[in-house]
Design a protein around this ligand. Structure first.
Ligand code: SF4
Length: 372
């Protein structure tokens, strides 16, 4: 059975009622268990758990350090293009936004790779807008061989592709793909995705399954927090993760926590997620899924990130530019959204050391994968 079929059985309003009716006793029971199920997760993201943030954080920290040690894996996004054929009303790259559009030339790409290598990174996240003809599979076929020799771990956050295309990109060195559903609420999804291929909710929803079938090492999922009731979104995200772990058990998973940020033509969150709630969600997810990477981007403040690094987060971007060409030639004119943690990668690494943890630049050693 697909996840779409499982999702169809979960009623949004009923789920909201279930979460809101969780009690302090439910939260305490979930906290005391050695292994939590989905109902426990609902208790941990419920309003009743708000007054249990401290034990939640302590448990999350313990589980994270047991599994991952005191390490934070660092990566950096490389924006290849801000061309996009979709209209998402929360994103600066939307087709209808009047924005200078640019796709890196081969020379510009080489300059970006050089600038990023000087910063010390070995894990790279390639990002493009979603434009099938200009930055689609042909473009990736051409650019991956240029990029992969410089980075041990190569991730992508681009338009969803077919299984065979992912399988082909795997042979070119692709290790991981991030694909965020944005929202699991179909009507909200339709309201915010107005034009282009991304209007197809079901194709996007099935992308992690296609990635599992293609044998991609790691799949990143997430929702854009703030678009709809965040507690219900969290419940469905956890259900999605659980489905994927059961079905594609060879694949590793990561979860990201993007919150709506200001951008050109941007919208206001209808279900604002404060830092306290974000921390609750991160810690609850750690208790539900002790083995998944939890990732936090530079959308969040330095203060919040340094705190979250100690409590459950295991990977983070640093020193990010969201403009194509932004490392070799800083230029905010082309940017996707504002970032909050503006520290340099070295400053982030120093801050991680200052809290008694270890920044890890080389997240992936080919020796572990049996590739050498
Ligand atoms: S969110 Fe992605 S698909 Fe939507 S406009 Fe932005 S870049 Fe394009």
């Amino acid at each position: 059975m697909s996840f779409a079929a499982e999702l169809a059985k979960l009623d949004w309003d009923q789920l909201a009622l279930t979460i809101n009716s969780k009690t302090a006793a439910d939260v305490e029971r979930a906290l005391a268990k050695p292994k939590r199920d989905w109902q426990d997760f609902l208790a941990l993201v419920s309003p009743a758990a708000d007054s249990y943030l401290e034990p939640l954080a302590i448990n999350s920290q313990r589980l994270t350090q047991q599994r991952f040690g005191r390490n934070i894996g660092l990566y950096v996004p490389l924006y290849l293009s801000n061309l996009c054929a979709n209209d998402c009303d929360y994103c600066g790259f939307s087709m209808s936004n009047k924005l200078k559009r640019h796709t890196l030339t081969d020379d510009e790409l080489s300059a970006e790779i050089g600038a990023i290598k000087k910063l010390g990174f070995d894990s790279l996240l390639l990002v493009t807008g979603e434009h099938e003809t200009k930055v689609g599979i042909d473009y990736f076929r051409r650019t991956l061989p240029q990029i992969k020799p410089h980075f041990n771990y190569l991730m992508m956050e681009v338009q969803p592709l077919d299984t065979e295309e992912y399988a082909e990109l795997k042979t070119l060195g692709l290790d991981a793909v991030m694909v965020y559903q944005e929202t699991y609420h179909r009507r909200t999804y339709a309201e915010h995705h107005l034009r282009g291929n991304k209007t197809n909710f079901d194709y996007r929803l099935a992308t992690p399954e296609r990635l599992g079938q293609a044998g991609i090492d790691k799949v990143g999922i997430g929702v854009l927090l703030g678009m709809a009731n965040w507690r219900v979104e969290a419940a469905l995200l956890a259900a999605h993760l659980d489905y994927l772990q059961r079905t594609y058990w060879r694949t590793r998973y990561s979860v990201s926590f993007p919150r709506l940020r200001p951008c050109t033509g941007g919208i206001e969150p209808v279900s604002p997620v404060g830092e306290r709630q974000l921390l609750q969600l991160i810690c609850a997810l750690r208790l539900f899924a002790p083995e998944v990477d939890l990732s936090l981007s530079t959308r969040e403040s330095a203060r919040f990130r340094d705190n979250a690094f100690q409590l459950g987060v295991t990977t983070a971007s640093a020193g990010s530019s969201t403009s194509p060409g932004g490392y070799a030639t800083p230029n905010d004119d082309l940017a996707q959204f504002d970032i909050d943690d503006n520290r340099s990668p070295q400053a982030v690494a120093e801050a991680i050391k200052a809290i008694g943890m270890q920044p890890v630049w080389k997240d992936w050693d080919p020796a572990y994968s049996g590739k050498i």
